[in-house]
Design a protein around this ligand. Structure first.
Ligand SMILES: *Cc1c(COP(=O)(O)O)cnc(C)c1O
Length: 497
């Protein structure tokens, strides 16, 4: 199977090239030329399989230039026993008789980014051996909090790679910041930037596509790749857990073969929900994809009106990983839904960067509406939902998952559509202990996040995940902060070139 670019559909690259390059030279994103299909029999055959076996099956459909042995080595390394604190890796937790929470936060950094970022270093090093054999790979990351830590943890001490992470100085939780700034490993660096996530992401994208910078790296035997969710190697692992979740619903008898489920995803950069879209296109019986946003509801507006408009107030919310106004992965959806019209995609994307807004055609909007629903929940609504979910179902959710549960309930009440539903749960509540405690009790005491975690644990009888508990004793290694304009220089400093 080959991949093309959302901005030049004549391009053809292998999956190794797509993963190694991260982004196409024309500024577009790599997408599969054809989406492989799964039959109902395939899904039923997956019932007795482990998560590793399920992942091998799905990945082998997309990464056709990897040998079966390579895929086996990648997947078995990423999801091996002990890395995730559930033997099922991405288990379902039953909330009600037909709402299941898909727990994607059981990995080493306690956020769903681990699902992809534990695997990406394996995919990238395997791919770059084929596509760029004598280059050292430099991973540049812009993070709204969770990607940075998950990428650092995934790439730490991986031979032939360097990783640099930029995060918005005031846009991540104290726990997220500590997770990044205490990162161990000889090939890692972390730097705050004086701006928000969109500034960080635009800055990284600019450096990444600047030929002059690329030249300078090449002279030093280095080349950029990306661990952001624009990299196909980030998306493809995420398709697996939607297939796996449906398989688990088959196994539990919640759905009969072919009976559809709905999926609710707390959304920021549109990566996670796009993976669900690919699963749906593959033939996994998904009826509606329900996109949940916080106050930064640019996607809710877009998916219901067809107009994307980032010219609006940026809110800092209790769900910081969704505080995003430019959802990069939407470009892939637009390419597919426009009938692969790269000219239209280019027009929309240049309008977005020039004016901050574009409107899709009526035809594309129609297609969006047949697949997607969207709604937003503000911090108050989310806090109320976290409290009620705990009181009613004895289930403690983080703030991002709280947004999704709130939207799930609102969608059901409004539409009466109560199909079996999977709600993606994207972080441990202990990553956002202050917000979660405040949601439960109306307030949180003046204390640091470790003490707050201890209180939360005591109050709810739930366990603090070991990777977060151990942070307290780690040394802070990275304290630097940079103006947006100096990001390029920071890259050189960190690489020593
Ligand atoms: C990254 C993240 C999201 C948003 O996921 P996208 O793929 O960017 O839409 C939601 N919740 C948490 C906890 C995250 O880390």
């Amino acid at each position: 199977m080959l991949y093309t670019s959302t901005r030049d559909k004549t391009l053809r690259v292998t999956s190794s090239e797509a993963i190694t390059r991260g982004i196409s030279a024309d500024g577009g994103l790599f997408v599969p030329c054809d989406i492989p299909k799964l039959s109902l029999q395939d899904l039923q055959d997956m019932i007795p399989m482990s998560y590793i076996q399920r992942a091998k099956k799905i990945l082998s459909l997309y990464l056709t230039d990897f040998t079966p042995e390579e895929i086996d080595a990648c997947v078995s390394g990423a999801y091996r026993e002990g890395k995730f604190d559930s033997p099922k890796v991405a288990p379902l937790h039953r909330l009600t008789d037909n709402v299941d929470i898909l727990e994607l936060f059981r990995g080493p950094t306690c956020a769903f980014k681990d699902m992809a970022l534990q695997l990406l270093p394996y995919l990238l090093t395997t791919a770059s051996k084929k596509a760029a054999p004598d280059k050292q790979i430099v991973i540049l990351v812009a993070t709204s909090g969770d990607t940075g830590k998950a990428a650092l943890e995934g790439f730490k001490d991986v031979p032939n790679t360097r990783i640099l992470v930029f995060y918005p100085e005031n846009g991540v939780s104290p726990m997220q910041k500590l997770q990044m700034c205490t990162q161990e490993g000889d090939n890692v660096a972390v730097c705050a930037i004086q701006g928000n996530f969109d500034d960080a992401q635009s800055g990284v994208k600019r450096i990444f596509t600047d030929e002059r910078v690329g030249q300078k790296l090449a002279e030093n035997g280095l080349m950029f790749s990306s661990a952001n969710s624009i990299n196909w190697g980030r998306l493809v692992p995420q398709i697996v857990y939607y297939c796996s979740a449906y398989t688990d619903l088959l196994e539990s008898g919640t759905v009969k073969a072919g009976e559809p489920m709905n999926v609710v995803v707390p959304t920021g950069n549109f990566g996670n929900i796009l993976a669900a879209y690919y699963a749906r296109e593959m033939g996994v019986p998904i009826d509606r994809l329900i996109c949940a946003s916080n106050e930064n509801n640019v996607l809710t507006d877009f998916l219901t009106s067809g107009t994307y408009d980032r010219n609006r107030t940026f809110y800092t919310t209790a769900s910081p990983s969704m505080d995003i106004l430019i959802s990069s992965n939407l470009e892939r959806l637009l390419f597919h839904l426009s009938g692969e019209d790269d000219t239209l995609v280019r027009t929309w994307m240049s309008a977005l960067s020039k004016d901050g807004t574009y409107t899709v055609t009526a035809d594309v909007l129609d297609k969006i509406r047949t697949i997607f629903s969207a709604a937003a929940a503000d911090d108050d609504k989310t806090a109320g939902t976290i409290r009620k979910t705990y009181e009613t179902y004895n289930y403690l959710s983080d703030t991002h998952t709280g947004v999704a549960i709130a939207v799930c309930q609102a969608y059901r009440a409004e539409t009466g559509d109560c199909k079996p539903t999977v709600v993606a749960s994207t972080a441990s509540p202990y990553k956002f202990a202050r917000s979660v405690l405040t949601a439960l009790n109306g307030k949180a005491p003046e204390a640091d996040d470790f003490d707050l975690s201890a209180i939360l644990s005591e109050q709810t009888g739930t366990k603090i995940p070991a990777p977060l508990a151990s942070l307290r004793d780690k040394t802070v290694r990275f304290t630097g902060s940079s103006a947006i304009a100096d990001m390029e220089q920071r890259v050189y400093d960190m690489l020593g070139i």
